[in-house]
Design a protein around this ligand. Structure first.
Ligand code: ATP
Length: 361
């Protein structure tokens, strides 16, 4: 992948006092599956529309494949957009829907037919040419919308919550198909979603947004295991936040104290200052080992009482009270369920490497 295929430099889009996109800069590589992830209203759709040319920037520049597109109209940009609500015309068949955006391209009938077959094959809907929108399932309609965007052979495909209208099972299937399709065509995908699971499972890299700004850009693994701040840690998955204070540091590691849990030395990945009483430790529920019998292994071992539990089929989340701790710890287990513990007594263990030290915001 070559660097900086899309270059976004100090881009802002304000609507009155609302800073929808606020001085954002980052790059996307060629052939990358790149997601913009964040809560409703964080500015991800506005940023996508700025890339498409449907919004104009108050400041900043956008380059795609070395070309300054900042003020270029959408139809001249090497981009195409797929929307959540498909926008398939009901009165014309699939073939005509797919051909629709090609009217101005001077292709022979044969060339156009070949291109339609090519994209229908990509979205695995060969033979559906004559169908109308009401004869297609939601997933098939979305594939037609993809085919219609792909037939123009854009350098960048912009996708605005394209799976949002599908039910969970179909959505899961389409996630895999979309990822396979992206690999097959090698086009750069910029994908907007508010669903953290979706972005993590599909993307090469994810930009987490909040309040018009980028909080972190990382690959999915790093985003989950090395969040840069409390917002990202909280937005991606479930975690335990425990108030903590720091002591002395030797550069690599720092002393941390969590009330009723312990005092220990852990890696200081984010260079948090020494003797700082305003810090938080984040520990994922699956990083806490839970057992009905005492645990020998583990850097920190604790005893607790199960206060509550939620069963999710593949795992159970337990809310465990530790004497003196500020709130119950959430620990998840695939192995044990509610009946595994006598008098709700349980034992926990945590490894230092699973504790992320963050600054309070
Ligand atoms: P969602 O997931 O709900 O679609 P989003 O992250 O895509 O949210 P945007 O649609 O980009 O968010 O909106 C960002 C902010 O800009 C919001 O506060 C929104 O109300 C505001 N906004 C977006 N478009 C306009 C507009 N045309 N006029 C005024 N405000 C707007």
């Amino acid at each position: 992948m070559s660097e900086n295929f899309i270059d976004i430099k100090n881009i802002s889009r304000h609507f009155g006092s609302v800073k929808a996109v606020d001085n954002v800069s980052f790059s996307i590589k060629q052939g990358e599956f790149f997601s913009l992830l964040g809560p409703s209203g964080c500015g991800k759709t506005t940023l996508l529309r700025l890339l498409a040319g449907f919004e104009s920037a108050n400041q900043g520049e956008i380059f795609i494949d070395g070309m300054d597109v900042t003020t270029m109209p959408p139809n001249l940009r090497p981009t195409n957009m797929v929307f959540q609500n498909y926008a398939i015309f009901p009165h014309i068949n699939v073939k005509k829907n797919i051909e629709f955006g090609m009217r101005k391209e001077k292709l022979s009938k044969q060339e156009l037919d070949d291109r339609v077959q090519e994209v229908l094959s990509l979205v695995k809907l060969e033979g559906y040419e004559e169908r109308f929108s009401n004869q297609l399932s939601g997933g098939q309609r979305q594939r037609i919308a993809l085919a219609r965007a792909l037939i123009k052979r854009p350098k960048v495909l912009l996708l605005d919550e394209p799976l949002g209208a599908l039910d969970k099972k179909l959505r899961d299937e389409m996630q895999i198909e979309l990822r396979n399709l992206q690999k097959a065509v090698g086009i750069t995908f910029v994908f907007v979603t508010h669903d953290q699971g979706e972005s993590i499972s599909m993307s090469d890299r994810v930009a987490v947004m909040n309040d018009g700004q980028i909080q972190q850009i990382s690959d999915p693994h790093d985003l989950y295991y090395n969040p840069q701040n409390i917002f990202v840690s909280d937005f991606i998955g479930t975690t335990n936040f425990l108030s903590s204070s720091t002591g002395a540091s030797n550069g690599e590691e720092i002393m941390v104290k969590i009330e009723s849990i312990g005092e220990f030395s852990i890696r200081n990945k984010l260079n948090i200052s020494e003797n700082n009483s305003d810090t938080v430790c984040s520990i994922r529920p699956e990083a806490i080992t839970l057992s009905p019998t005492p645990i020998e292994k583990g850097d920190i071992t604790l005893e607790g009482k199960i206060e509550n539990s939620s069963y999710y089929g593949e795992l159970t989340s337990f809310y465990v009270k530790i004497d003196g701790a500020e709130k119950p710890l959430i620990a998840s287990s695939q192995r044990f369920d509610n009946n595994s513990f006598q008098d709700n007594k349980c034992y926990l263990s945590i490894n230092f490497e699973d504790i992320n030290l963050l600054k309070k915001e």
